[in-house]
Design a protein around this ligand. Structure first.
Ligand code: RFL
Ligand code: PHB
Length: 394
């Protein structure tokens, strides 16, 4: 059996990029459908980002999904960098003329967007198999998928590829039409989530001779910790006890003493990668979020970039459907990429600043120490860090 349907925008992927785009289009009265290959429960079980820029939070407000975020999100005015056994505060607000970030989990944003889309009666097809796209170069875009033995074809004006790094959309573009830039770092992050009070009121980024560590949180009763590990580390080889022991070794004695440990709710390894695919438009296909670019998580930029892309893309599509003009969609790729490369630069820099990469050699290690010492001494250096961390204007 084959079913034929039509929509204005076919969105592939129900991560934050796809869900937010769907919501902004629905809000503007533009018909859309989201097609996701995993189940709703699976999408909600992925533990990822935790830090939102003010600009991202404002976009979520305008999309009508900011209510719980404003109630439960934690406003952070600074964070600590620890190295050589000392902690130094980066006072984000003092260094940026009053800006701050919001600590609110990606899982919660995803949940809020899913609730909103259900209230809107906007369709998301979960557990879609063999999702494929075609016709975007010739002006007759189509997506096909199978579900429950039935094949569905959607014809659309546009396809939005919001299907993450391993998705089908970027892979459907001929290789010669793309410029790819990539760096894979020789390390990963092993993350642990637990219902324990955070060790500090603010985030602490730690540069230690045993490797990087990060103390983060989701709420006053839920902590998120990361330790640098090998790039191919298997999370199942790490018992909770082993994780906590290793984390303690990277904390200063005072923090190690006050760390509250407990059973993990989730443990997983994330690779460290920088990646950009240019351009982000191929005829009537637009890529957004992780489908087009990856940053190492150190600068907390991945989710914020996805939100920024979608903001520009929705603006262009709304202009197209309302006025019939294409200046917004024509400018999309260039506008988004300007911001993306700034975040790539910052994420690479912050990763290099804080991780231990033995292959950099003695010279590289001494440079890293000099860079950290400069940051502690120079307000100008801290202001540059703070400016990027709170987010460049959209
Ligand atoms: P997602 O979230 O990967 O969603 C893509 C969706 O597409 C689906 N999909 C398909 N659907 C249909 N057909 C196919 N063929 C498909 N292939 C894939 C997938 O199942 C999925 O549901 O991408 P999106 O929406 O672009 O969102 C990007 C963010 O998820 C990502 O950038 C951030 O999580 C990165 N990140 C962080 N970003 C921040 O801004 N601040 C942070 O503090 C932060 N911390 C992190 C992070 C990422 C991490 N990991 C695990 C990589 C911490 C970690 C540990
Ligand atoms: C997180 O809480 O998951 C988190 C926070 C800051 C980062 C990366 C991840 O830089």
């Amino acid at each position: 059996m084959k079913r034929g349907e039509r929509t204005q925008v076919a969105i592939i992927g129900s991560g934050p990029a796809g869900l937010l785009l769907g919501r902004l289009l629905t809000q503007a009265g533009i018909d859309n459908v989201i097609v996701e290959r995993k189940s709703k429960e699976y999408v909600l079980s992925r533990i990822r980002a935790g830090v939102l820029e003010e600009g991202s939070a404002r976009i979520l407000d305008e999309a009508g999904v900011g209510e719980r975020m404003r109630r439960e999100g934690l406003v952070h005015h600074g964070f600590d960098i620890a190295h050589f056994g000392e902690r130094h505060r980066i006072d984000l607000s003092a260094l940026t003329g009053g800006k701050a970030v919001l600590v609110y989990g990606q899982t919660e944003i995803t949940q809020d967007l899913m609730d909103r889309s259900e209230a809107d009666g906007a369709p998301t097809v979960y557990e879609a198999e063999d999702v494929a796209i075609s016709g975007f170069e010739t002006g007759q875009p189509e997506i096909t998928y199978r579900k429950g033995g039935e094949e569905t074809v959607f014809q659309a004006d546009f396809i939005a590829g919001c299907d993450g790094f391993h998705g089908v959309c970027r892979q459907s573009v001929p290789e010669e039409a793309m410029f790819l830039a990539e760096r894979i770092y020789p390390a990963g992050w092993l993350g642990l989530l637990s219902d324990t009070p955070p060790v500090s009121d603010e985030l602490v980024y730690i540069c230690h001779e045993r490797g990087f560590a990060l103390c983060s949180m989701r709420s006053p009763t839920r902590s998120r910790y990361y330790i640098q590990c090998g790039p191919d580390e298997d999370a199942s080889h790490w018992s909770d006890e082993r994780f906590w022991e290793e984390l303690k070794l990277r904390l200063d004695p005072e923090m190690a003493e006050s760390l509250v440990t407990g059973p993990s709710i989730e443990k997983s390894v994330a690779p460290l990668r920088s990646f950009v695919a240019e351009p982000m438009r191929f005829g009537r296909l637009f890529l957004a979020g992780d489908a087009a670019h990856i940053v190492p998580p150190t600068g907390a930029k991945g989710l914020n970039l996805a939100i920024g892309d979608v903001f520009y893309l929705a603006e262009g599509m709304i202009e197209y459907f309302r006025k019939g003009t294409e200046s917004g969609i024509d400018a999309y790729s260039e506008r988004a990429l300007r911001r993306i490369w700034q975040a790539e630069r910052f994420s690479w820099w912050m990763t290099s600043l804080l991780h231990l990469f033995p292959e950099r050699g003695r010279f590289g290690r001494r440079l890293q120490e000099a860079e950290l010492a400069y940051l502690v001494r120079s307000e100008a250096a801290r202001a540059a860090l703070a400016e990027s961390y709170v987010g460049l204007p959209l």
